[in-house]
Structure formats: C-alpha cells, structure tokens
Ligand binder design. Structure first.
Ligand code: Q46
Ligand code: ZN
Ligand code: ZN
Length: 330
C-alpha cells in the first residue's frame, strides 16, 4: 500500500477516495478537507473569534486541533453533563489537551452551575436522555458564545454524523429538520453562527487523525448512547458504505446540493412567532423556554441573572435571541 501523493508506504486507506496516504499526506488531506468545507460553505472568516464545543471525543479534539493549526483564534468550551465517570474522564481529556497546547478552555458544569445532571433532567422533563442533553448543550453553547463575544460556534459533527441524521430525518420525512440540516447555520437575532468543519471527513478519519497526531481522546461512547436510533442509522449506513464506498458522502452532499433548499421555507416558517423567554431571552413559542423549564423541573437553579422574574413582575428579556435550529444533532 503506497501513498497516493509520494509513493512512500501508506498508513491508511480512504476507500471513498480510492486512495492511500502516508502520515504527512493524510494530515494534509484532513487539513485540505477542513479548508475546503470552511471555504465551500463560508464557515469562518479570517480574524473571527471561534468557540469550539469540545467533548473529549475524537471529533471535537480533532476539529479544535485542525482549526488551531490553520491559524484560527479558537478557544474551547467543555460542558460537564454530570454523566458519572464518563463526564469525569472526558473532562480530563479536554483539560489535558488544552493544557498541552496552551489553549484557552472555558468550562460549564451542569450539576455545579445549574443544579441538575442529564439523568435527573431527562427523568424530570420526561425526555429521552439525549433529548434533554441536546437541549441543554444547544442552549449553553449559544449562551457561552454570546457571553464570550465569539463570532462562531464550531461543533465536531463529521460526515458519518450528518449522514446518519439525514438518514433518520428522511426515514420519517421530518421536513422541518431537513430544512435546517446545514453545515452552516447563520447568525440570526443575536445567536452566533454554528458551523461543522468536519463534514467532509469520516469518523474513521478523525479517529486516525487523533491517533497519528498523538491526541488522546475518550474512546468509550457516552453510556446514554446505547441503543439510540442514531447509532442504528450509523450501522445501517456503514453496511452500505462497506460495499459501496462513497455512498455516505454522495447521500449527504447530494442532499445539500439538490434537495435541502426545498425544505428551507418550512424550516423558516417554524421559527416565526417565537419570542424571548421571560427568564433567559432565548426564543420560545411560549413564555418560558424549554431549557428554563427543564432546569426548573429537574430541581435545578439558574445562575444569578438568569432566574425567571417573580410572578407579576415586568418581564425582563435579554434581547431577542432565536434558537439554534440545529434540533437534530446527535
Ligand atoms: S452526550 Fe448527551 Fe450524546 Fe450522551 S446523553 Fe446523548 S447526546 S449520547 S453526543
Ligand atoms: Zn505521502
Ligand atoms: Zn429560558
């Protein structure tokens, strides 16, 4: 097996490209794919301040590493979800990486700062754990980006993630979600832009990138992920990809090029009529947003400045913020 570029011994094959790479040219391919995604979708402009949502897993550490190497001013944000040993360990991986590279890391801890964890939140709100988790993450990423004056929030969603989410949304024809499944969600109404620079790289490639670059990441899956639909969709797509390399890429990028625009009007319409949450200012169709309701039901507390106003008090809003429409992230 020889490197496609230099003909030296290769360390990895990338079947959808029908190519093998040595370490140096594999790194170059990863950097090129990220640069291409950033440029193709207008993700990040030079000089913008970037906040990377890091979980301690391979994807988020890889994207942080790739953006820093590409010269972006990228800080990290870690959310402690209170998922037992998994959260303790994943936080440790993030801190070690940030320290080793001398990068700025902000941390928010659900149990310490908001008084609940994913399990209690999930039970209290009668939502699946990943639904309570996704809601909390979206809210807190947006908030941290706005509070910190960042221009853009980066997440580590890769090609496998996006193809699996697309697959799930297509299987149920969730057209509102399909209209919002984009690699860039523009900043609107005070919310930061959200971007996914790894959409041109697969999960296997981000894992190989970390291993070859010496980035230590948490290998264990979140214990809450077991049996969730998203993993089933990934397995189904992997089975297809094994016999038809490139199918995932064509499925996702074909959707973006040829179908996604057809669903955007519906997705936009779903965002109309939202108003700022009386408690935190996030957009909501009701009085209090889903995040604030989750915190309340879980017996948690909002940090000072975010408590709901007392009954009868004049509502205090923190500005008209629209939600992250990225409601279908894994
Ligand atoms: S962290 Fe949260 Fe994931 Fe764990 S509870 Fe589900 S959504 S699986 S990316
Ligand atoms: Zn080479
Ligand atoms: Zn709220």
């Amino acid at each position: 097996m020889k490197c496609r570029v230099c003909r030296e011994p290769a360390v990895i094959d990338v079947r959808r490209q029908n190519a093998n790479y040595c370490v140096a040219h594999f790194f170059r391919m990863c950097r090129d794919q990220v640069a291409k995604a950033v440029e193709q979708f207008g993700m990040i402009a030079p000089g913008e301040r970037v906040l990377v949502a890091v979980s301690g897993g391979k994807d988020s550490l890889a994207v942080w590493d790739l953006l820093v190497d590409a010269g972006y001013d990228a800080d990290g944000l870690y959310l402690g979800l209170g998922i037992g040993d998994y959260s303790d360990e994943s936080g440790a991986y993030v801190r070690r990486y940030a320290k080793a590279r001398g990068l700025t890391l902000t941390e928010v801890d659900l149990p310490d700062d908001y008084g609940y964890d994913i399990q209690t939140g999930s039970r209290a709100a009668r939502r699946a754990p990943c639904s309570a988790c996704g809601l909390s993450k979206r809210h807190l990423f947006d908030k941290a980006a706005i509070d910190g004056g960042y221009d853009v929030v980066v997440t580590g969603h890769n090609l496998d993630d996006e193809a699996a989410v697309l697959f799930g949304n297509v299987l149920r024809w969730q057209t509102g979600y399909l209209g919002r499944q984009l690699p860039v969600l523009p900043a609107r109404h005070g919310f930061p832009r959200k971007v996914k620079p790894l959409v041109r790289l697969s999960e296997r490639e981000t894992a190989a990138y970390c291993v070859l670059k010496g980035i230590d990441y948490i290998v264990d899956e979140c214990p809450m992920a077991k049996g969730n639909r998203h993993l089933g969709y990934k397995e189904a797509l992997n089975a297809i990809e094994a016999t038809s390399p490139g199918t995932k890429f064509d499925f996702y990028f074909g959707f973006l090029a040829r179908a996604s625009a057809a669903f955007q009007a519906e997705a936009e319409a779903e965002q109309e009529g939202l108003r700022p949450c009386r408690s935190c200012g996030a957009p909501t169709p009701g009085e209090i947003c889903a995040f604030c309701r989750l915190v309340e039901r879980a017996g948690g507390t909002l940090p000072p400045g975010e408590e709901p106003p007392a009954a009868g008090a004049v509502p205090v809003t923190l500005g008209a913020r629209l939600p992250s429409p990225d409601a279908v992230s894994p």
